[in-house]
Ligand binder design. Structure first.
Ligand code: C5P
Length: 405
């Protein structure tokens, strides 16, 4: 399921230094299969040329409401009807003020009142301008008009100030857009997802771990957010950025992961255990670095708690979904775990194939439940996550309606 593929987005670029990031945004949208038409305000053209956007979007760039040749190609009303979304990034303080007041004094503002499509703005301005009362008043007005506000982020600004007002990064904007189009099937539902590896310390500088990249769990979190869920992501060490809108708890060991899950899970949640948890921990992690004095070193390991099985045993038990990474007899081993760990569903994947599973961007899995199963052929982990969550949600709702009836 490619939520943004073939969507028609007008990217409005207004005057601000963040306009250079809109070139990258255009490229990323194109890579996601979006049909992009760029509309620039006059002041945007002082920062970046229309030619850049034309080359990146593969479409002519519209600049002026009163341009006869542009109107002949696609008139402003036609353009307003064409769009599935108008995304203004960067949106300057001045543009937000004009949008809030319904002005139609240039092409972009006119499109905004001529369209029925949703409108999203990614503000970008100096922190003082962001905090200014008129700006906040205008933001409240556009919120009331059901415009979607993406960001801004906080941090170092082009002018040297530090604070709120930076435009979100293009990849963060791309992560948030599916929420506008995806069915909100997980609205008012809370998902707790474990992801990545765990690290079990040997001494202050060494640990044992595994090759899990965290990509599958993070993709599930991102897809759940797009479906409107509240997401808590309990993550082992990995370099992936926190999905926009998730509450992320970083942990190291299996015991820490269990504690974080127990503190955050309630009985009505959906719990998806995607982490590759170390099965054993070193019995006595050394206080000081272990020195290479002996020719051989023998370490004794003790079993780690099984996080998923522990949670699935609780009295107030969430809807539990496990993952089974196997190298042979994939489905039968997974079905064994579905039963032995007392799960509602389990996702089985064959990690012997290097093109899918660990570290790869793709995965092919079978989702199993007690009286059925469904296979999904190799797909991008994010696309696969949308498919998996649709089925998981159907089973969750069925179980809850039975419970509540
Ligand atoms: O038993 P196995 O490790 O194959 O089970 C895999 C499933 O159990 C995964 O969902 C994994 O996240 C979970 N698990 C866990 N705690 C462990 C080991 C596995 O939650 N200690």
């Amino acid at each position: 399921m490619k939520i943004l593929a073939n969507k028609k987005i007008i990217l409005g670029v207004t005057g601000g230094i963040a306009a250079y990031k809109s070139a990258i945004l255009t490229r990323q949208l194109i890579e996601l299969g979006v049909n992009v038409r760029v509309v620039m305000t006059e002041s945007a053209q002082a920062f970046i040329t229309p030619l850049t956007f034309q080359a990146l979007s593969g479409n002519p760039v519209s600049l002026d409401l009163l341009d006869e040749s542009a109107e002949a190609a696609m008139g402003h009303i036609e353009l307003a009807k064409w769009a599935d979304l108008i995304l203004i990034a960067p949106a300057s303080a001045n543009f937000i003020a004009r949008l809030a007041n319904g002005l139609a004094d240039d092409l972009l503002t006119t499109l905004c009142i001529a369209t029925q499509a949703p409108i999203a703005v990614a503000p970008a301005m100096n922190q003082q301008m962001w905090a200014a009362r008129p700006t906040q008043r205008n933001l409240n007005l556009i919120r009331e008009d059901k415009r979607i506000i993406l960001g801004p982020a906080t941090g170092q600004q082009a002018c040297g100030d530090v604070g709120l007002g930076r435009m979100l990064e293009p990849e963060q904007i791309c992560q948030l857009l599916p929420q506008i189009f995806a069915p909100q099937i997980l609205r008012n539902k809370h998902l707790v997802i474990t992801a990545g590896p765990t690290r079990e310390p040997l001494d202050p500088v060494r640990y044992i771990s595994n090759h899990s990249s965290g990509k599958m769990g993070y993709a599930l979190a991102q897809a759940a957010l797009a479906y409107g869920a509240q997401v808590t992501l309990v993550s082992g060490p990995c370099d992936l950025p926190c999905p926009q809108g998730a509450k992320r708890i970083m942990v190291e060991s299996a015991e820490q992961m269990l504690a974080a899950c127990q503190q955050n899970i309630t009985g009505d949640n959906i719990f998806i255990a995607c982490a590759a948890v170390a099965d054993y921990q070193y019995s006595q992690p050394a206080q000081q670095k272990i020195k290479k004095q002996q020719a051989e070193l023998t370490l004794t390991f003790t079993r780690n708690p099984d996080i998923l099985a522990t949670i699935a045993k609780q009295k107030e038990r969430p809807f539990c979904v496990g993952f089974a990474a196997e190298t042979q007899h994939v489905e039968s081993y997974a079905r064994g775990k579905l039963n032995s760990k007392n799960l509602d569903m389990i996702v089985a994947n064959d990690v012997s194939d290097p093109t899918i599973g660990f570290n790869s961007n793709q995965n092919a899995v079978t989702l199993l439940w007690h009286d059925g199963q469904q296979s999904f052929s190799a797909a991008d982990k994010l696309d696969l996550s949308y498919e998996l969550l649709t089925i998981i949600n159907q089973h969750y709702e069925k179980k809850h309606s039975i419970k509540n009836s």
